[in-house]
Design a protein around this ligand. Structure first.
Ligand code: B12
Ligand code: SF4
Ligand code: SF4
Length: 252
């Protein structure tokens, strides 16, 4: 078994349903820098200067509760606010992804290859170049088996691995279900207006660029199990017929 085959097997054993491999060279020209004020996208070389290969791994997030986010934002305006304690923020699926990716990183390090996981490279476009699937009209990565119900993480490594071919398909065809389903009309085919997305609004409760009509919809639709937590919107995922499960993703 080659090291590439071995790693793909290990990734599947860790619980990833899709795995593709590319190289820093294959990932040239992807989105880079700040996406609004949400995330500063970095290149594989910036994340690991010795990287020779980039593994893209998809985890099947089968239940809406994977979208749970908990942060200390609300503590800032409360009597309980303690200045020495830093702002903390966790998303359940990110914690699951990191935990699983760490197993692959650990394995590679034990074999003598410098390696790390990264959530800061542009994961959707990197996944397309690594053959996992294509970008859908909701801008998300769509795989033939699971549609957009995949969450992504990458592992960068100094190991030289066999690469996969980029995906050239368009899986959407004439469908526009995600665009119709989005309650804030944040989507146009393959594009998103970030400050109209409920995830952005929920993540940035003080952002001034969120229009009033979006804040009203946020109050109505974003579920908040506790004052410091919320469930990120995933309506444009649930609407997608590709890979739709027979059970309800809403948990209803
Ligand atoms: C910033 C960000 C956001 C922002 C902005 C969203 C966005 N679409 O950029 C906000 C806060 C709004 C957001 C919301 C959500 N996010 Co988000 N987000 C990210 C993040 C950090 C970067 C995304 C990015 O690269 N944006 C930059 C833009 C430029 O990239 P782009 O969309 O790929 O743009 C390209 C296309 O538009 C393409 N294009 C343009 N025209 C055309 C035409 C055609 C025909 C084609 C094919 C392509 C195309 O070209 C552009 C440049 O290459 C990633 C994590 C990461 N590190 O990648 C997660 C990520 C994309 N988010 C994710 C998820 C799940 C969500 C939400 C569902 C919330 C949730 N429940 O978690 C919503 C979905 C909203 C949506 N429909 O996009 C997942 C998506 C998994 C997947 N299957 O793709 C990611 C990958 C996180 C993860 N670790 O899994 N997110
Ligand atoms: S996450 Fe919700 S608000 Fe954002 S684009 Fe998707 S359906 Fe629209
Ligand atoms: S709902 Fe339809 S248009 Fe949207 S991503 Fe899925 S297949 Fe593409």
């Amino acid at each position: 078994m080659t090291i590439t085959e071995d790693l793909k097997k290990k990734a599947k054993e860790a619980g990833f349903v899709s795995v593709g491999i590319s190289s820093p060279n294959m990932l040239q020209g992807l989105p880079h820098g700040w996406v609004s004020t949400v995330c500063n996208l970095r290149s594989p070389e910036e994340e690991l200067s010795t990287a020779k290969s980039v593994m893209l791994m998809g985890y099947y997030a089968w239940d809406k509760s994977f979208n749970l986010a908990v942060d200390s934002t609300y503590l800032w305006s409360r009597d309980t606010y303690v200045p020495e304690v830093p702002m903390e923020s966790y998303q359940l699926y990110y914690e699951v992804l990191k935990n699983k990716a760490w197993r692959i990183v650990n394995y590679l390090i034990q074999k003598g290859y410098e390696s790390r996981f990264s959530l800061a490279i542009p994961l959707k476009t990197a996944a397309v170049r690594s053959g996992l699937g294509c970008q859908g009209k909701n801008t998300l990565l769509i795989t033939p088996e699971y549609g957009p119900r995949i969450r992504l993480i990458s592992v960068l490594t100094a190991a030289e691995l066999d690469t996969d071919k980029p995906c050239k398909d368009d899986l959407c065809g004439e469908c526009e279900k995600c665009i119709i389903a989005c309650p804030t009309k944040a989507l146009e085919p393959y594009k998103i207006v970030i400050n109209r997305c409920l995830t952005y609004a929920a993540e940035k409760p003080r952002a001034q660029d969120v229009p009033d009509d979006i804040r009203k919809i946020e109050k109505r639709l974003v579920q908040r199990p506790t004052p410091n937590s919320y469930i990120e919107c995933s309506i444009c995922i649930e609407a997608c017929p590709i890979g739709k499960p027979s059970f309800s993703e809403n948990g209803k």
